[in-house]
Design a binder for this molecule. Structure first.
Ligand code: SAM
Ligand code: SF4
Ligand code: F3S
Length: 441
């Protein structure tokens, strides 16, 4: 009998990509093979995001577009996983009656059960936030690339930034025990993984719930000693919780890549306070200065929200001036999207969508210019690159990533996929770089 096939689409942040590794692992264990064709799938799963309204609307239209296929093939199962599933739970099924199974980010282990039930009865979609780690094993995940893995070190979030839905869908912060993380990563390295990205909504809070002080940098120091592991990245840092001492200690670790994603969100102190971010503009700028002193090769990126309720023109200008002052290599930029159930959704002064969009367009223009200029400054430099796979644009070329997370394209044979190479940068667009391989085999 041919294997059953699944098609998995992942939206949202790296947390969801890490969860996708586990979902793939479970489905592989059940004998499913992966496909990218809707027509040949027996199970179509969406791993969803609900951080902004737009993300939800996109998912709803994607599922509705499958109506005809589902009518033609009644045996086809449709599933919704991830944050949107957690947010809406049972009501998702009345919104999307085509769906057969629903499970949240902390219920991935129930997938075999849900699949079995879905074959016999309609889904109820009811579940609770469980939080915590479920003893995920390195051999229970399937990696997109065999040399690179996402590793969750802290689940959930207890920050309650006023605009953000994540704490209510992902539950409170729960750190994974250091021994468990080390064992997990050692197993991955044994399987050929050379690069890991440690994940958490606030990695700097790692270990706090376990009673550890500076738990995050202590974990980095222990991972640094793991033979065979080459690069360690991490996401996301919270500017309030990244201490100067932690930066000084991690600056000494050569496996830790010089990539700092430090979401600032806004440049005005009044807006930062309304957002409940727990730091000021001055604190953030001092932190950036400290990072750049301790790690001169540091590349900085950020997240920004414009058009927060009651944000004045002058306050928005403060975001622009911060962006100009820091000169981020890249930024994820959004206009504010009200999320029901969050504190900010009840704040007075919601700006018209047109105005929020207009501010976003200006912000993007300013940041894109800076990103382009920063990219040009890399031309002529030789950078270490992990070659990840064939370039879709240029036959005969491979695409890779630098230590700072930059995409680099260069002519190279497929045999070099998964290796670290020196590449001289010849050309720069705003994000992707093109170069020449300096270490041919
Ligand atoms: N934990 C990270 C942090 O604190 O920066 C990121 C979490 S969130 C999943 C990713 C980004 O989405 C946030 O940094 C923020 O810029 C954006 N975001 C979250 N809620 C939003 C909202 N209601 N409207 C617009 N953007 C939002
Ligand atoms: Fe959301 Fe704030 Fe938590 Fe990030 S730190 S996930 S923005 S509540
Ligand atoms: Fe979205 Fe959930 Fe991440 S809401 S941004 S996928 S934590």
């Amino acid at each position: 009998m041919p294997a059953m096939r699944f098609l998995l689409t992942t939206f949202g942040c790296q947390m969801n990509q890490a969860d996708a590794q586990r979902i793939r692992g479970i489905l592989a264990g059940l004998g499913y093979a992966e496909t990218v064709e809707e027509e040949e799938a027996d199970l179509i799963l969406f791993n969803t995001c609900c951080v902004r309204q737009h993300a939800e609307q996109r998912l709803i239209s994607r599922v509705q577009a499958l109506t005809a296929l589902k009518r033609r093939r009644p045996g086809l199962l449709l599933g919704v996983a991830g944050c949107m599933a957690q947010e809406h739970q049972g009501t998702l099924l009345s919104l999307l009656p085509l769906v057969d199974l629903v499970f949240g980010p902390n219920d991935i282990e129930t997938l075999p059960d849900l699949l079995e039930k879905a074959r016999h009865a309609p889904a109820t979609g009811e579940f609770e936030i469980r939080g915590g780690f479920t003893g995920e094993q390195a051999d229970g995940i399937v990696l997109d690339r065999p040399f690179s893995a996402f590793v969750n070190i802290i689940r959930g979030c207890t920050n309650f930034c006023s605009y953000c839905i994540v704490p209510s869908v992902r539950g409170p912060e729960v750190s994974r025990a250091p021994e468990e993380v080390l064992g997990f990563v050692a197993d991955l390295v044994g399987r050929g993984v050379r690069e890991i990205t440690l994940l958490g909504q606030n990695v700097n809070a790692y270990g706090r719930d376990l009673g550890m002080a500076e738990g995050f940098v202590s974990l980095l120091e222990r991972l640094q000693d793991l033979a065979g592991l080459r690069w360690i990245r991490f996401l996301t840092s919270h500017p309030r919780d990244f201490s100067a001492a932690a930066i000084d200690r991690l600056a000494r670790l050569d496996k830790v890549c010089e990539q700092f994603h430090l979401p600032v969100q806004a440049g005005s102190d009044r807006i930062l306070a309304l957002m409940n971010r727990g730091y000021t503009r001055r604190h953030y700028l001092d932190l950036v200065a400290h990072v750049r002193r301790a790690v001169p090769a540091a590349s900085l990126s950020t997240d920004l929200i414009c058009g927060f309720p009651s944000e004045t023109d002058a306050e928005f200008e403060e975001t622009l001036s911060l962006v100009r002052e820091v000169r981020f290599e890249s930024a994820y930029m959004y206009y504010y999207s009200p999320r029901p159930g969050t504190t900010a959704a009840n704040l007075p002064g919601l700006l018209p969508e047109e105005e929020r969009k207009h501010r976003l367009a200006r912000l993007i223009e300013v940041q894109n210019r800076i990103a382009w200029e920063e990219s040009q400054s890399l031309v002529g430099r030789t950078l270490e690159v992990l070659l990840e796979g064939p370039s879709e644009r240029t036959p005969g070329h491979l695409l890779g990533k630098t230590r700072t997370g930059r995409a680099v394209d260069c002519a190279a044979p497929p045999s070099l996929v998964g290796t670290f190479q020196a590449v001289r940068i010849d050309r720069a667009r705003s994000w992707t770089l093109s170069g020449t391989l300096l270490t041919p085999p």
